[in-house]
Design a protein around this ligand. Structure first.
Ligand code: ZN
Length: 184
C-alpha cells in the first residue's frame, strides 16, 4: 500500500506498523529544505526549483531487524570542480537500509554500513535522504565530457597568467561567473 504524507518524524509505533504492513511512503523534498545539500550549490538562487523524491518501502529484514528500501531520484545543484559553474547532478539511489535503534545493534549486522540510526526511536525521512545523497555524491563533481563546461576557456586563461594556484584568483573567477549566470 502506498501512502503520501508530509515530511516529519515517524514514531516507533508507526514504524512498527509500517513494517508490519510493508507500507511505502512517498516524500518530496525541495533541496532548499535540505540545508547541508543546499549549501553545496554555487549560489542560493540555483537551489530554487531543485527537488528530490524519495520512496520509503518498509519490510521485515532478513536479519530480524526492520528494513527500509529507499529509492531517491531527482537532482542536486552543485559546483562543477572544473569550471566552477552550476552542475545539476542527477541523483539515483536505490538502497536497502537496516533500521537500528542504537550503535549496539549495528555490531551484529553483516554490513553495518547500510543502516539508518533512529533518533530517540523515531525515523526522520528528511535526514535519511540527505545523509544518503551526501554519501553518494562524487568527491569532485564535474560536468560530463562533451557537455557545456567553462573549463577549457577558464583553465587556459589561468595557465597563461600563471595564476592557477592562487586561491583568491579562483574566488574572483567564481564570483564573476556567478554574476554572469545571474544575468541570464
Ligand atoms: Zn563544468
Amino acid at each position: 500500500m502506498r501512502t503520501a504524507m508530509m515530511a516529519g518524524r515517524i514514531g516507533s509505533a508507526e514504524l512498527s506498523d509500517l513494517v508490519a504492513r510493508g507500507a511505502t511512503l512517498d516524500f518530496g523534498f525541495p533541496v532548499s529544505s535540505l540545508t547541508r545539500l543546499a549549501a553545496l550549490a554555487p549560489q542560493a538562487t540555483s537551489v530554487g526549483k531543485a527537488r528530490l523524491n524519495a520512496g520509503f518501502s518498509f519490510q521485515a529484514g532478513t536479519e530480524g531487524g526492520p528494513q527500509v528500501h529507499l529509492v531517491v531520484t531527482g537532482a542536486v545543484p552543485l559546483v562543477c570542480q572544473r569550471c566552477l559553474g552550476l552542475l545539476e547532478l542527477p541523483v539515483s539511489i536505490d538502497v536497502v537500509l537496516t533500521i537500528i535503534r542504537n550503535d549496539l545493534e549495528a555490531g551484529v549486522l553483516a554490513d553495518p554500513f547500510d543502516t539508518v540510526l533512529l533518533a530517540d526511536g523515531e525515523l526522520e525521512p528528511e535526514q535519511v535522504v540527505e545523509d544518503e545523497v551526501l554519501a553518494a555524491l562524487p568527491l569532485a563533481p564535474k560536468h560530463a565530457e562533451g557537455s557545456p563546461c567553462g573549463s577549457s576557456a577558464g583553465r587556459e586563461e589561468e595557465l597563461k597568467s600563471g595564476e592557477l594556484h592562487r586561491p583568491m584568483a579562483g574566488l574572483a573567477d567564481l564570483l564573476g561567473r556567478s554574476t554572469r549566470q545571474g544575468d541570464k
